[in-house]
Design a protein around this ligand. Structure first.
Ligand SMILES: NC(=O)c1ccc[n+]([C@@H]2O[C@H](COP(=O)([O-])OP(=O)(O)OC[C@H]3O[C@@H](n4cnc5c(N)ncnc54)[C@H](OP(=O)(O)O)[C@@H]3O)[C@@H](O)[C@H]2O)c1
Length: 275
């Protein structure tokens, strides 16, 4: 069996990807800045932002699944004014470039890059950074695949939890189909080994729901009562903010089921709870 290197294998999507690879009996090496706890994978310590450890991490690797990112919004679970002006590029652009170059030297046979649906119209700096990373992949001489996914439920959950202190939530009426990392991981792993290459089908969640409806389901699941103020956005504005519907592959797990499954983990985070 060929060796697969997963970058970002300690992150939300990366952990699910690693789980699936291990379950399928595939040898896995995880590139991480510090060693994780699982003992059923090899650990390669490295840093995409500096290039440290990349050459060693790629030794004997056949397939790379690149799921590392540096998204300050995802990391802190909230948007700050600065996110509308800047986003760090050291991991997603320079780091992707370094990794691609080392993959070329190491004769990697397939480089699968994880990206985001709707980047071409999106205006947030993080989206511009992700698009720049994609462009490097497309321009590389490697055999590559790009899989774009809709925003993940865990991120939506964190962003909505951050609104809990507000008595009124201004929420766009735009349709959206976020997705769970478990469904994205299934799709990514199948794309990694089906021998096809290039732009792969994007993936979104099973239901097209307005953001208002997603927020209501969130409030019901977390037993919150907040007034929702529906906001009409123009198509261009909605696309600029990444609020789109993916027409590609559909995941199976619904937002309502995800909220139910993840209730206990979130209990501690939502401060005000009303019966
Ligand atoms: N979140 C979303 O809604 C969403 C939607 C669509 C697509 N995506 C894409 O899916 C992928 C995974 O996203 P995610 O939300 O699962 O990410 P995440 O949970 O924030 O995890 C990010 C991963 O990147 C690693 N990383 C960060 N800086 C690094 C560095 N300097 N060197 C090496 N590794 C580094 C982190 O390792 P540490 O453990 O060391 O921090 C972590 O494993 C990304 O490509 C993202 O753009 C995300």
């Amino acid at each position: 069996m060929v060796l697969t290197l997963v970058t970002g294998g300690t992150g939300h999507l990366g952990r699910d990807i690693v789980d699936r690879l291990v379950r399928e009996g595939r040898p896995v090496r995880v590139l991480a800045r510090s060693r994780g706890t699982r003992s059923d994978v090899e650990w390669a310590i490295g840093d995409l932002a500096t290039g440290a450890g990349l050459q060693d991490a790629l030794r004997d690797v056949d397939t790379v699944i690149h799921a590392a990112t540096c998204s300050p919004i995802a990391r802190r679970g909230g948007i700050r004014p600065t996110d509308f002006f800047t986003s760090p590029s050291a991991v997603d652009v320079e780091g992707t470039g370094r990794l691609l170059s080392c993959c070329g030297d190491a004769k990697v046979r397939h480089f699968l890059h994880v990206s985001i649906v709707g980047l071409d119209d999106a205006t947030l700096p993080y989206a511009r950074i992700k698009l720049a990373g994609e462009r490097l992949v497309r321009a590389s001489a490697l055999s590559w695949s790009i899989v774009r996914a809709m925003p993940f439920y865990y991120l939506l959950d964190r962003l909505l939890a951050g609104l809990a202190w507000l008595p009124v939530w201004p929420v766009p009426t735009t349709l959206f189909n976020p997705v769970d990392t478990s469904d994205v991981a299934d799709h990514v792993v199948s794309c990694a080994f089906d021998q096809r290459r290039g732009e792969r089908p994007e993936i979104g969640g099973p239901e097209d729901l307005t953001l208002v409806s997603l927020a209501r389901q969130y409030q019901d699941a977390r037993r919150l009562r907040r007034k929702i103020l529906p906001i009409e956005l123009s198509d261009a504005k909605a696309r600029g903010m990444g609020f789109v519907v993916s027409r590609g592959v559909r995941g199976r797990l619904s937002w309502a089921d995800w909220l139910q499954r993840n209730e206990s983990a979130e209990r501690a985070r939502v401060p005000a709870r009303e019966a």
